[in-house]
Design a protein around this ligand. Sequence first.
Ligand SMILES: Cc1ncc(COP(=O)(O)O)c(C=O)c1O
Length: 370
Amino acid sequence: MKIPLMNINVQYERLKGSIDKKMVEIAGAGSFVLGKDTKNLEEAICRFCGVKFALGVASGTDALILALTALGVKEGDEVITTPFTFVATAEAISRVGARPVFVDIDPVTYNIDPAKVKEAVTSRTKAIIPVHLYGNPCDMDAITGIAHEHRLRVIEDSAQAIGAKYSTRNIGSMGDAGCLSFYPSKNLGAFGDGGMVITSDKGLADAVALLRVHGTTSKYRHSIIGFNSRLDNLQAAILSIKLDSLNGWTERRREIADRYNSLLKDVITVPREQEKGRHVYHLYVARVEGGRRDRLLNFLNENGVESRVYYPVPLHLQECYKELGYREGDLPEAESAAQETLALPLFPEMDEGQVNVVIDTVKKGVRSVS
Ligand SMILES: Cc1ncc(COP(=O)(O)O)c(C=O)c1O
């Protein structure tokens, strides 16, 4: 049987007793949206991430849109971000009417390069969205330093990085806001869509709280034009149950990654943890240079090890962004990462046998494509 890239079903099998019990309880109680269970999860996430406020919303994408809106980012503004991320990061910037300004990445961590961020600041720049890609923290000292110098807002796209740390601080707690995704395949995944804005800024938290419920101040009274973007109780309750296991799952992810790193480092370019960072390995993404990536990808998939490319086309070259005028060659590090990287199976419930099969198959694959 093929070793999958990730396996979200085993989590449910292991927690089935408590999850099923809770689902039946909520179905009977008849309170489904933004209720007690959402509040409990928000409080638990505040403790987990070291922030004062957490607001459950409908998705990680909405978390970004609401955070940008609450910070007043709008048409005519520029927001600096990475081109090497899931499209939602830039989509959120475009959705509030602002212009994404893509800058190149660090070729080692695949995260936004702070030196390039600095060069891209203009009088229209309002914010920076660093993405802790694959769970590896960005260089937050450098990024928050640039933000302070130019009075810019920082929204940490932490969709892939819950539980990661930079120095002693939690990912999502260093910018003005952090945005989490609870999409099912994430390290903390719901049974559908879900997201959260985390912050320690009361004004920002109040603004997001208002925006997510149609700008409602009291029943049928609306002070601003808002959104319908709320977290369901059912999802929140499932997430609360899973949150108790998250630290253990992360440790196991790191253990598997360490094993891959030490046994594959002479064969492929293994991921490098950000200095001062604690990577949570949402994805284990390695690199093979010399035009061999697609052949290795095929070899692995044909030999029982699922492998996938995240992300084959960087955002500055996507059709939806053609009006921004970027050309091939503009952001070379992101472009070569898109051509040379591939993800290997990594999920907490992998057993030693599966880990060994992945290692052996990668070694065989690299020999066969070299
Ligand atoms: C980096 C990044 N940002 C934002 C998102 C959007 O999250 P969601 O799918 O919950 O809307 C994702 C999720 O895939 C992501 O990986």
